[in-house]
Design a protein around this ligand. Sequence first.
Ligand code: DGY
Length: 323
Amino acid sequence: MAKPRVFLSRAWPAKVEARMAEVFDLTPNKSDRPLTPAEFREAFASFDAVLPTVTDKLTESAFDLAKPRTRILANYGVGYSHINTAEAARHKIVVTNTPDVLSDCTADLAMTLLLMVARRAGEGERELREGRWTGWRPTHMIGTKVSGATLGIVGFGRIGQAMAQRAHFGFGMKILVQNRSAVPAEVLARYNAVQVANLDDLLPQCDFVSLHCPGGAANRHLINSRRLDLMKRDAFLINTARGEVVDEHALAQALWFNTIGGAGLDVFEREPQISAELMGADNLVMLPHLGSATAATREAMGFRVFENLVDFFEGRSPRDQVA
Ligand code: DGY
């Protein structure tokens, strides 16, 4: 039987590409740049499986073709708000993602941002590299103590819980949780966490707020100027979830007018473009979407896609089917 034709939208870790090529008729996107909707329509017409990732905007127009050959979109990444799942369903295309394998590294990065912004690590490094450091003094670059502070976690799925693990056991932080559904008591008890009724109740109580909810239309601008105003004047916002969850203009205003203490961002509304107002904010730490960027995790994500594809083409339901 002919091998299924599989299209990779970006370059993947070499080990995973090699394994994929043993089992499937694999075509990688050699240019390793995000594809246009027209290029996706071509891919949908010619391949049995298309493997997109967060940089691929699979909006309605990408699905504007009569009879796709593609039967599965196996996404490389846990978030899939870049895929129009209603359009995929209209064409009976299955969608899968890669949960679990990136939770630890994403939470590690959220904690990195939290520590960096609280202890002014970005500002300190800039000062030193630019030759502006005049030496130690008791009042130099004073930051905020993390240990024992209160952390609000928005979205208490796998990554939110991995963040709680680090914050509670590593830093003795008090954990407050906001989640769409009720979190089982035994899960909260693991981190001595308390679930609050809603986001508006959570924000005024926290020294740090870390976002771990999905992106997409439902959570677009969940953090807006009204909610930023609910935060304490010296509190910090951390976003490793999706750029659209935060109204970036409102955040820039809050940073410039010091109505919050600072922010740490790994994701942006118009990635990879960063607005000038964010670029100029000193109380902000920014990283280029590095949440899952470790060798071990990027390989594990690829092998998770591989397992989903093998299940699908052998007639089983892929374990990470999301639509
Ligand atoms: C994810 O898995 O959603 C990460 O943001 C990388 O795509």
